[in-house]
Design a protein around this ligand. Structure first.
Ligand code: SME
Length: 161
């Protein structure tokens, strides 16, 4: 019998959350808590959502677990967060000290991943995870975080915010 990997277990738990959560808002709150509890290298886990109608466009901090960040509102031309939202692409930074775009949240952060959340074909927000470990976001972590962002996008489409 094959033993499920830790990543498979977490993925299954996240899928269960998505099925049970009544709204995308509730799903995001439950998801950040689960990810931070279950994956020890995820030291800060949070969602940023695009503010509806804001000009210029602005990312606003939503559900998060970890230390309070000074970056509650991030314009799209700033940070790793802005880069992911404006390009619609996952951004993985193995060493934040080498990336001039990086906006510091904690002095202990060494690596970061930001995955855009799409609803109805448009970027509506993103899932941001920081780690105290360098190069924490290997391929299997990227797959997990992309699955999480996809589930939130689908929930937004089917159940609303
Ligand atoms: N590091 C992010 C800012 C958000 S905090 O990490 C929570 C960035 O460079 O955009």
């Amino acid at each position: 019998m094959q033993v499920a990997s830790k990543m498979d277990e977490v993925r299954n738990q996240v899928i269960e959350l998505a099925q049970a959560a009544p709204t995308a808002h509730e799903l995001m709150h439950r998801m950040v808590r689960l990810l931070r509890e279950r994956v020890l290298k995820y030291n800060w886990v949070g969602f940023y959502l695009l503010e509806p109608g804001a000009q210029p466009p602005m990312l606003v901090l939503g559900a998060f677990e970890g230390a309070m960040t000074p970056h509650v509102r991030i314009p799209l031309n700033q940070g790793i967060c802005g880069a992911a939202a404006s390009s619609g692409q996952t951004v993985v930074v193995d060493d934040v000290s080498n990336d001039p775009r990086y906006l510091a949240c904690s002095l202990e952060t060494r690596s970061e991943i930001v995955v855009p959340v799409f609803a109805h074909g448009k970027v509506v927000g993103e899932l941001d995870i920081d780690s105290h470990f360098p190069a924490a976001f290997t391929r299997e972590h990227q797959d997990l975080v992309q699955c999480c962002a996809m589930l939130v996008g689908k929930k937004l489409e089917t159940s609303g915010p």
